[in-house]
Design a protein around this ligand. Structure first.
Ligand SMILES: Cc1cc2nc3c(=O)[nH]c(=O)nc-3n(C[C@H](O)[C@H](O)[C@H](O)COP(=O)(O)OP(=O)(O)OC[C@H]3O[C@@H](n4cnc5c(N)ncnc54)[C@H](O)[C@@H]3O)c2cc1C
Length: 461
């Protein structure tokens, strides 16, 4: 019977354990999680009658992996998609003013979100020649080259803030936004590539007899914690929470010894490190210092999540939409605010609304050191400025992520190749998690599908 140990009980580790259980029903699969709570970045907290996400707010259906996982777990009927208003209305805070993001090309042309010069640059993107080489380039340089400085500074910066809360000048377009680089390579331009993809989606939907829908965001009325609870319940061997893995050693003959605190140890044929990169680096440091350096060099940003509850009647703003984002370069005190109770049902008690502000990010790490009062004051000032909210909150909740989202900086793909090459020297050792091939939940659950297939092949030989 194969013994597999997974270090880290976030969505990467748990979904991998579930996929392995399907692929290798007789294997003994042990998930070891440092915290007393499973889920890592994912967590839904009940506080004063509000349902608050401390991390992700949902997942997109641009890839099918998380939807498939939910369906396989029997959660398909329990999913809820973001409201119509949230899907339609998204806002940007630009130069201190709120702008609605146009939802169609015509609306874009008539909107005041960017200047006519920037609109022209976007419209003529299809005529710009593609880059002849495959050299790495930042998302900022990519956007400037394909469109204009203004588009890079506004729309692209805000988009980057929404996903990575990072610096567009440092993030590699090929690693962090592979689709953009691929569309340029394949079609010569993003707009041509996107138009082609849209035509394909329409044709596929028509073939299925369906009306094509735009990309949607999904969660559960109970919050994303439901996914983690269900994964835990459906694993034959319950994950062990409150276990910090301290050391990884090669066993004398073959396989691995995973050591926790004190005398705790697990023997394994396969070990998967699905904890954050900086933890993986310390676990492989004695085994391979160079591998540890490559993994440990992946930078993380920090994020403070500040949730506030208000009485609906005390807010004049309609809050019909998803929320707003601020380009990181504007260096405001919030990166964005999600109007949680307008997105999914069940987030706030009757007659109340729940807002969630994200602060910090790559440009404002000092905010993580602010005390609760200072953070609350900063967020309330932003809410007053952006949404006209002057009422006192009925509830607040704060969560700090000292190391939140890994940043795929320039050279990330080269780093991955080195990590792949060096970790490949150790049969039965795998690195996984959001530090390598994508930070979204879809990327993590997709990786679980692929890695479980690889491990099955390895164990068959
Ligand atoms: C604030 C925030 C908002 C986000 N919003 C979205 C969103 O809306 N949509 C989306 O798709 N993605 C979003 N993401 C990204 C997504 O949530 C993460 O990329 C994903 O959840 C990471 O999962 P993981 O399992 O790879 O890592 P983690 O969730 O970090 O899990 C790793 C686990 O390893 C454990 N661990 C660490 N060291 C050890 C050790 N020595 N021994 C044992 N266990 C250990 C940790 O405690 C942790 O539980 C967001 C992330 C954050 C922080």
């Amino acid at each position: 019977m194969a013994r597999i140990v997974i270090v880290g009980g976030g969505v990467s580790g748990l979904s991998l354990a579930y996929r392995l259980q399907q692929q290798l029903p007789t294997a003994e699969i042990t998930v070891l999680e440092k915290n007393n709570r499973l889920g890592g970045c994912i967590g839904t907290v009940q506080h004063a009658g509000f349902r608050i996400e401390i991390g992700p707010n949902g997942f997109l259906d641009n890839k099918q992996s998380t939807l498939n996982l939910c369906r396989d777990l029997g959660l398909g009927a329990g999913l809820v998609r973001a409201s119509e208003a949230a899907a339609r209305n998204r806002f940007l805070m630009l130069r201190g003013k709120m702008h609605q993001l146009p939802s169609s090309p015509l609306a874009f042309l008539t909107s005041g979100v960017v200047s006519w010069r920037a609109k022209l640059a976007l419209l003529t993107e299809r005529f710009r020649s593609p880059r002849p080489d495959l050299k790495d380039e930042s998302i900022d340089a990519f956007a400037r080259r394909r469109t204009s400085a203004e588009i890079a500074d506004t729309l692209v910066d805000a988009f980057v803030t929404g996903i990575h809360a990072g610096d567009p000048g440092l993030l590699s377009v090929r690693a962090a936004f592979p689709r953009f680089a691929e569309l340029e390579r394949q079609y010569g331009s993003l707009s041509k590539g996107m138009a082609h993809a849209a035509r394909q989606r329409r044709a596929e939907a028509a073939a299925r007899g369906e009306t094509p829908t735009r990309q949607q965001m999904w969660s559960f009325p109970e919050g994303l914690g439901r996914l983690i609870d269900t994964l835990r319940q459906q694993l034959k061997t319950p994950p062990l929470a409150g276990v910090t893995v301290r050391q990884l050693e090669r066993a004398p003959e073959r396989g691995w010894i995973v050591r926790g605190e004190g005398q705790e140890r697990w023997d394994a044929d396969v070990v998967v490190l699905a904890c954050p990169a900086y933890q993986q680096a310390s676990l492989v440091a004695d085994l391979d210092a160079e591998l540890a350096d490559w993994i440990g060099g992946i930078a993380y940003n920090c994020i403070a999540v500040v949730a506030l509850g208000f009485r609906r009647a005390e807010i004049a703003h309609p809050l019909e939409g998803f929320g707003y984002l601020t380009p990181g370069r504007e260096r405001r005190d919030v990166l964005g605010v999600q109007w949680c109770s307008s997105i999914y049902p069940g987030r706030a008690p009757e007659g109340m609304v729940l807002l969630r502000a994200l602060c910090g990010g790559w440009h404002r790490p000092e905010m993580l050191g602010w005390d609760e009062q200072r953070l609350l004051t900063a967020v309330r000032q932003e809410l007053r400025h952006a949404l006209g909210i002057v009422a006192d909150p009925v509830m607040h909740f704060l969560w700090r992520w000292e190391r939140a989202i890994p940043q795929y900086h320039l050279g990330h793909l080269e780093r991955l190749a080195r990590i792949e090459e060096r970790s490949g020297r150790y049969p039965g050792l795998f690195v996984a998690g959001n530090a390598f091939h994508g930070v979204s939940l879809n990327d993590c659950t997709e990786q679980a599908e692929m890695l479980s297939a690889r491990i099955k092949i390895l164990l068959a030989h």
